[in-house]
Design a protein around this ligand. Structure first.
Ligand code: NI
Length: 363
């Protein structure tokens, strides 16, 4: 009796120890996976930053009317010459970014609109670009009010990726204080987690964009997988807002786009002309310094609303831009007021400068 009693009292202990060990194993696997995910993501970001792979890729594929594809030398905001001649950034020297982009001019001599790598000191209109008519496919996009924006004054579009999150509201508050708008490229997974932030972005008059559901590298996915990443996110946003069928501009994670993505993605693909590197520096002053160095009229600026340091940076960047005379808009507002109508499956980094806009409208 005693023996069997002791046996039955040991048994639960054995089970308990086994259970604890199993939990420990599962937790350590989760931690390792998370670290792997982060490392992979960082590697991808770095690979992206260190390469110009998609410059040549997109610039060689672009039609002459696809301005976005013609501006790839400007993609990471590291090129001195980009045809955006009315900008404020007279010289940045391209030093210190360590990304090797400045020294790698776009090898795309066949494309007549690609601006040469040599700095152009004088205002030289790149071309007499005729505004493209608004395509029918833009029908589902959320209409924008540009009545508050003067196309003849400097404009910049701030964009925030990877949210929404716990810092989104704070960024919205700062934007509101300065009558500024921005575009928030949201991950479907975070739309589910932070529905109130999604609604707050809309309520603030800011633009919602689609950054895929799970931050996938779209270049690695099949056509149907790409569509699913995009459409799931769009559906989640619509569901959260209580809307139906709204279409959102897309920012592909890591800026990675291939022909499949361009073909199946029935939305404009928005990259950026100024990379603040906020995800890497996590430092508000460094973010401000990048903006000061790279910003020009008509450019799209990349940030991430998932870092406290970026929320801090916005407190510095927004007043500085306003002080410089910039109107701070969403992507769609900036392109609309400069009469560049974004087309589905086309890549955009920045729009016409005020100077180019003026040239498009000879009186
Ligand atoms: Ni991202």
């Amino acid at each position: 009796m005693k023996r069997s009693n002791r046996g039955s009292s040991i048994l639960p202990t054995v089970w308990l120890v086994t259970a604890i060990m199993a939990i420990a194993v599962v937790v350590s696997i989760l931690i390792v996976n998370d670290q792997k995910d982060r490392a992979e993501r960082r590697a991808l970001e770095e690979a992206y930053a260190n390469s110009k792979h998609y410059y040549s890729e997109s610039s060689s594929k672009g039609s002459s009317s696809d301005r976005g594809n013609n501006q790839d030398g400007n993609t990471a905001g590291k090129s001195t010459s980009d045809g955006n001649t009315a900008g404020k950034n007279t010289s940045d020297g391209n030093t210190g970014d360590g990304q090797g982009i400045a020294s790698s001019p776009v090898d795309d001599s066949s494309n007549e609109q690609t601006v040469s790598a040599a700095p152009t000191p004088e205002v030289t209109p790149t071309s007499s670009v005729t505004p493209t008519p608004m395509p029918d496919s833009a029908a589902g996009r959320v209409p924008v009010d540009t009545s508050w924006i003067d196309p003849l004054k400097p404009i910049v579009a701030l964009t925030f990726d990877d949210g929404p999150g716990i810092y989104t509201q704070r960024i919205l508050d700062t934007l509101k204080k300065y009558n500024a708008h921005a575009t928030f490229f949201m991950l479907g997974d975070n739309v589910s987690k932070y529905p109130d932030a999604v609604k707050a972005v809309r309520a603030a008059g800011c633009e919602i964009g689609n950054h895929t559901k799970s931050h996938s590298d779209l270049k690695k996915l099949s056509a149907s997988e790409v569509l699913k990443e995009i459409n799931d996110t769009q559906d989640l946003i619509n569901k959260t807002l209580g809307t139906s069928g709204e279409q959102y501009i897309v920012r592909p994670p890591y800026g990675n786009v291939n022909d499949t993505v361009k073909e199946v993605c029935k939305h404009p693909l928005i990259l950026w002309a100024v990379d603040t590197l906020d995800w890497s520096s996590k430092n508000a002053d460094k973010v401000l310094a990048e903006v000061k160095k790279e910003v020009k009229d008509g450019k799209v600026v990349l940030m991430h609303d998932i870092y406290l340091s970026t929320a801090d940076a916005v407190d510095k960047v927004v007043p500085w831009l306003v002080e410089q005379g910039y109107q701070i808009c969403s992507v769609s507002e900036m392109f609309a007021v400069r009469e560049e109508y974004m087309k589905d499956g086309h890549i955009y980094h920045y729009t016409y400068s005020a100077e180019e806009f003026k040239n498009n409208h000879p009186e």
